[in-house]
Design a protein around this ligand. Structure first.
Ligand code: DON
Length: 559
């Protein structure tokens, strides 16, 4: 067999201490890990044809738009971080933008209060989509295969249809009332879909075919743009043709920092991912984390307290770098992290009301899905893309065959009022025309001793940063493999609300009691799962181990 498709992690017994270890899919040359097997396979096909990780990225992104409408998208946006085999790095921002007609108080009533639901499930919640601009930007810079060959498998998949998995069956049923509410009409997703059924996406196939034939402009200036804008305007949205014409994806310098012998390369603003991850890891680095057990009281304390302090800064300092000046260098300074942690003691939880955003001296002189790819040339790509909520705003453009994002909710509608992820923001992330909303997406690549070591990322809104953190630390500090690390239970603290969010029924009861005794509030009810991490680890012999999160239908394939 040329390569092996293995859909679920293998449970393998090994190691001298006779512990059971979980090992994921392994491969020698190349790997793609994404939220759906169809998308992982289509990405890998590009590599088999001799294409590179960037060709595979474009193909996987498009295939997810077909196979994973929950968050794969044409109507959303995302971020990509890459590291080429020569060590050069970069990042692409194809985040949605606020429309030209957006206003700072567009989600407030006459008393200045936030109108519930307006930023999450109305046509006003939709940001100008960036996905198609993003993939063409990547393709034009790094692509090697003919574009038609990259997009065709997704067109064929849309026509052939995608089989409903058990998890998808549940999701579609769960969101059906929201689809009605958002669309006030029946769409493809109102039909009864059960596990094992095949959903064919004819309208999406036609949209993709036009993009194949007419290129990027089809989405931003062509027939697709016109249908989209007509749809928006007739439903009370504010996105215009001018908004689409003006949209551009942007190359950004990734945020980089060290942690022991690792160099972490992650997303820059308008995502808070890289900066926050750097702040948290800087704060943890001085502690001998490896001497504590994973998910033990002490390990969780250190991580939670680092998270609390970083998220407090996130709320105040971060926003779109094209609109606000962000003291990145100062925020990710190791000394600053030490100062922030000075108030931490193992004897008692800090309370979030005692933590304010730090004082920075600025020296003059930013439902989702993640996929990770490494190609046979050693190029690595880490991509997180989103519609924001599950199926975005739930608004479905039937004539185009895709859902629209509700990314406008990632702005701070009103300083201090939490968004759907409970995140609070301030002036830096207020709504302004053409501004990008602050994100938590954290596509990340890690080097060890100067060589590619890990490609990692996840969905999960505000919990993205802390899931990426735990995945890296489980391997680096606690000696786990990739799949083993991905499978671990997760916890999360984001300053406000002042609680540790915990995956239910997965943690040691004794540890949880100890944390409560120290003054930590625990919330096991907020969400059944935290994150769906898809990652790749370079093993000591140079081969790859995939970590495909069993919390979803995620799948690693390789050769
Ligand atoms: O950009 C962000 O941070 C959010 N829009 C991500 C949303 C997300 O991860 C939802 N998935 N669970």
């Amino acid at each position: 067999m040329k390569y092996s498709y293995i859909f679920i992690a293998l449970f393998v017994l090994f190691s001298s201490c006779k512990e059971e270890r979980i090992v994921g899919v392994t491969s020698n040359k190349a790997m793609v890990v994404s939220a759906r097997v169809e998308a992982s396979k289509i990405g890998l096909q590009m590599l088999e044809k001799g294409g590179n990780a960037f060709d595979a990225m474009v193909a996987t992104e498009l295939a997810l738009a077909v196979a994973y409408p929950y968050s794969g998208n044409l109507g959303g946006g995302g971020f990509m971080v890459y590291r080429k085999n020569d060590g050069s790095i970069g990042a692409l921002d194809y985040r949605e933008k606020a429309p030209l007609a957006a206003t700072t108080d567009m989600f407030l009533d006459e008393n200045g209060d936030v109108i519930k639901g307006k930023s999450t499930k109305t046509p006003l919640s939709v940001g100008v989509p960036g996905t198609i601009a993003g993939i063409f930007e990547v393709y034009n810079k790094f692509g090697t295969l003919p574009f038609k060959d990259i997009i065709q498998p997704s067109i064929d998949l849309a026509k052939r249809g995608v089989i409903v998995t058990q998890k998808q069956d549940k999701r579609i049923k769960k969101y059906k009332p929201s689809f009605w509410e958002a669309n006030k009409d029946s769409t493809l997703f109102h039909q009864v879909w059960n596990e094992g059924d095949t959903i064919k996406y004819q309208a999406l196939a036609e949209t993709l075919t036009r993009i194949r034939d007419n290129g990027r402009d089809e989405f931003y200036k062509g027939k697709t743009a016109e249908i989209f804008v007509d749809f928006m305007q007739s439903n009370g949205g504010i996105i215009t043709l001018q908004d689409l014409e003006k949209y551009e994806a942007k190359w950004r310098d990734p945020v980089t920092f060290t942690y022991d012998d690792l160099k972490v390369i992650s997303m820059a603003p308008p995502s808070s991912g890289g900066v926050c991850l750097a702040q948290i890891m800087n704060a943890i680095e001085p502690f001998d984390l490896h001497t504590y057990k994973p998910n033990s009281t002490k390990a969780m304390q250190v991580m939670v307290e680092a998270e609390r302090r970083a998220y407090a800064d996130r709320s105040y300092f971060l926003g779109d770098p094209d609109f606000v000046s962000i003291p990145i260098k100062e925020l990710i300074d190791k000394e600053y992290a030490k100062e922030r942690m000075a108030s931490f003691s193992f004897n008692k939880a800090t309370t979030s009301k005692d933590i304010n955003p730090g004082t920075i001296e600025v020296v003059e002189s930013d439902e989702t899905t993640h996929y990770s790819i490494v190609d046979q040339f050693g190029n690595a790509v880490s991509v997180t893309t989103t519609l924001n909520g599950a199926y975005g705003s739930k608004i479905y453009v039937s004539d185009l065959g895709f859902f629209l994002n509700n990314e406008m909710d990632d702005f701070s509608s009103k300083p201090g009022v939490p968004n759907m992820f409970g995140l609070v923001g301030a002036e830096a992330n207020k709504i302004e025309p053409e501004k990008r909303m602050l994100s938590s997406m954290t596509p990340t690549i890690v080097e060890k001793n100067g060589k590619l070591w890990m490609i990692v990322g996840t969905p999960g809104g505000s919990t993205i940063i802390t899931s990426v953190l735990q995945t890296i630390l489980n391997v680096h500090e606690f000696g786990m493999g990739m799949q083993e690390s991905v499978n671990q239970p997760r916890f999360h603290h984001q300053w406000l609300p002042d609680e540790i969010r915990i995956e239910p029924n997965k943690f040691d009861e004794k540890t949880l009691k100890e944390l409560e005794a120290l003054g930590y509030k625990l919330n096991t009810k907020r969400t059944p799962i935290i994150g769906k991490v898809d990652a790749i680890l370079v093993l000591p012999d140079g081969s790859y181990e995939g970590g495909a999160d069993p919390r979803g239908d995620d799948t690693a394939v390789g050769f």
